[in-house]
Design a binder for this molecule. Structure first.
Ligand SMILES: Nc1nc2c(ncn2[C@@H]2O[C@H](COP(=O)(O)OP(=O)(O)O)[C@@H](O)[C@H]2O)c(=O)[nH]1
Ligand SMILES: [Mg+2]
Length: 329
């Protein structure tokens, strides 16, 4: 059976809406990346050094990241040799197969699972620079947890940016979740303290904590995050259960730099990659996973409350090559 068919079988265990969301959200990347790969395999009559060089350029152009591209090309060359593949058309399936492999990196699929406590409160802290989509992601996740029947609270920890508290309140109203806040300019650690007390009093399941995204001064950022974390840890041993770094896919290699900075400043447990729908360079997912070794737990595929999806490497690769898969049928 072809890889595409196997892929389709695997993902068909999930709902069609998930597949449709990934497919829709990856339209720009698919048109760009897969379009170029198609064109490449159509132009070459045999798989040679030039073919791989062009493929390398396409991958780098899709923000896959230099190191990851080199690794991928090496693997492809080996696979082509091993299977004695001559026809460029056949390489396409191998490419998608290797993309899934690279993402999963030998680990099991469970990496996108959140560390949710079986009983008691789960605290999730969101970090990242301004404008990446922290508040929006909190809104979307709040909606997701609520629809699973959980009691959710949100903490308005971005007390720095004008309008940030109000923006979270708008999301709170939209998805029916209470927002714990203090005035603008107040100490974020104090907001977290209040929010935890409220969460305990309401026996909440999930507390989603927003933070400010100042990165101009790394030392300050570290201090602020440390203080916020210290308060959370003190009130709930073992918390925060997740520290999710939010990155904007449209910023490409800049997102990689942000990730490295935050990784130094705090223990990041997962990444939310937003605005994947807004970029033609969705290869950044692979670079993040492979070069930072932090799992991408969620991807943002639009601005609406149901446009957040748990990241799934197979859905992602299917979304990239959906046209081919459907053509094969
Ligand atoms: N297209 C798209 N826009 C998004 C996504 N996530 C967030 N945004 C938009 O990005 C902008 C900044 O988001 P915001 O949550 O305020 O970022 P914050 O400063 O990190 O809290 C808003 O206009 C959001 O609607 C996404 O997945 N796709
Ligand atoms: Mg915000």
């Amino acid at each position: 059976m072809s890889f595409f068919k196997k892929l389709k079988e695997k993902i068909s265990k999930q709902t069609d809406t998930v597949t449709e969301k990934f497919k829709q959200g990856l339209t720009k990347t698919r048109d760009n990346f897969s379009g170029k790969v198609n064109d490449l395999v159509a132009r070459y009559r045999k798989v040679d050094e030039d073919f791989f060089e062009e493929l390398e350029e396409i991958l780098i152009g899709a923000d896959v990241g230099f190191d990851t591209v080199m690794e991928l090309i090496d693997e492809l060359k080996m696979e082509v040799k091993r299977k004695n593949i001559q026809d460029p058309q056949e390489v396409q399936a191998v490419i998608s197969e290797k993309l899934v492999d690279i993402y999963q990196g030998g680990t099991t699929e469970a990496t996108s699972e959140l560390n949710i406590q079986e009983s008691g409160l789960t605290v999730i802290l969101f970090v990242g620079v301004n404008g990446v989509g922290k508040t929006t992601t909190i809104g979307k996740l709040g909606h997701k947890f609520k629809s699973e029947g959980k009691t959710v609270l949100m903490a308005a920890g971005d007390t720095f940016r004008a309008g940030a508290i109000e923006q979270l309140e708008v999301w709170g109203e939209r998805v029916g979740v209470e927002v714990i806040k203090q005035g603008a300019g107040s100490d974020p650690a104090a907001v977290m303290y209040d929010a935890i007390q409220a969460a305990k009093a309401r026996k909440a399941d999930i507390l989603l904590c927003d933070t400010a995204g100042r990165l101009q001064n790394k030392v300050n950022l570290m201090k602020e995050l440390e203080k916020v974390k210290r308060v959370i840890e003190r009130e709930i041993p073992g918390a925060p259960h997740e520290v999710l770094l939010v990155l904007d896919a449209t910023t490409g290699q800049n997102a990689m730099i942000q990730a490295k900075t935050f990784k130094e400043a705090t223990d990041v447990s997962g990444i939310v990659l937003t605005k994947l729908d807004g970029t033609a360079k969705g290869g950044i997912v692979l670079a993040i996973r492979n070069e930072l070794n932090i799992p991408v737990k969620f991807v943002g595929l639009g601005e609406k409350m149901d446009d957040l999806q748990k990241f799934d490497a197979e859905q992602y690769v299917y979304g990239l090559f959906a046209n081919q898969v459907e053509e094969e049928e």
